[in-house]
Design a protein around this ligand. Structure first.
Ligand code: AMP
Length: 190
């Protein structure tokens, strides 16, 4: 299986690039943010709990996310590979992902770390907020999401460097230019 972790700050282009990767390589997409927003829309228990965290720009607790991910992964049993978008976001999540994939006879193939300047991230998220209808795309929540990213999520780069899976991707420029860099990185591990 070709399992790709797409990684980067909020607004770094993970969702946009995931769509292109799915088309090019026929992978399944798991976005924990999308799963949580669907749970919120359906007003499930998980959705109600998640909403409290999401609207403050905080991370949903690891245990909830890992259980949710395991269920989604089981629904993709005969997949050619999966793109993990917005997951893992903490070291415990990364370790849990490794165990889950190893149990299924596979592993992370590559971690693509999209690198985008902070000013550009804020600009992109505010622009997205005008059309996304997302309750967390406002300046106050964006600032806490970026802080959470720096404190809790960015250290994952070191973890994947240690695993020999980390590839830095320059995330500025046109969507096509960035996708070209991503294809090079994926083709090198395919
Ligand atoms: P995203 O759509 O990936 O930007 O995620 C939106 C929000 O959902 C985040 O700000 C978190 O509150 C929550 N979330 C999504 N994925 C995770 C995760 N892997 N761990 C914890 N919280 C998450």
């Amino acid at each position: 299986m070709l399992n790709v972790v797409i990684f980067g700050a909020p607004g770094s282009g993970k969702g946009t690039q995931s769509e292109l990767i799915i088309k090019e390589y026929g992978l399944d997409h798991i976005s924990t943010g999308d799963v949580l927003r669907a749970e919120m829309k359906n007003e499930t228990e998980l959705g109600k709990t998640a909403k409290e965290y999401i609207e403050k720009g905080q991370l949903v607790p690891d245990e909830l996310i890992v259980n949710m991910l395991a269920k989604v992964l089981d629904s993709k049993e005969n997949s050619k590979g999966v793109i993990f978008d917005g997951f893992p976001r903490t070291i415990p999540q990364a370790k849990a992902l490794k165990v889950m994939l190893n149990e299924r006879g596979t592993d992370v193939s590559v971690m693509l770390n999209l690198q985008v300047d902070e000013d550009e991230l804020i600009h992109r998220l505010l622009e997205r907020g005008k059309v996304s209808g997302r309750s967390d795309d406002n300046l106050e929540t964006i600032k806490s999401r970026l802080e959470v990213y720096h404190n809790q999520t960015a250290p994952l780069a070191e973890y994947y460097i240690g695993e020999g899976k980390h590839v830095a991707i320059h995330g500025m420029g046109s969507i096509e230019e960035i996708f070209g860099r991503i294809k090079e990185a994926i083709n090198a591990v395919k």
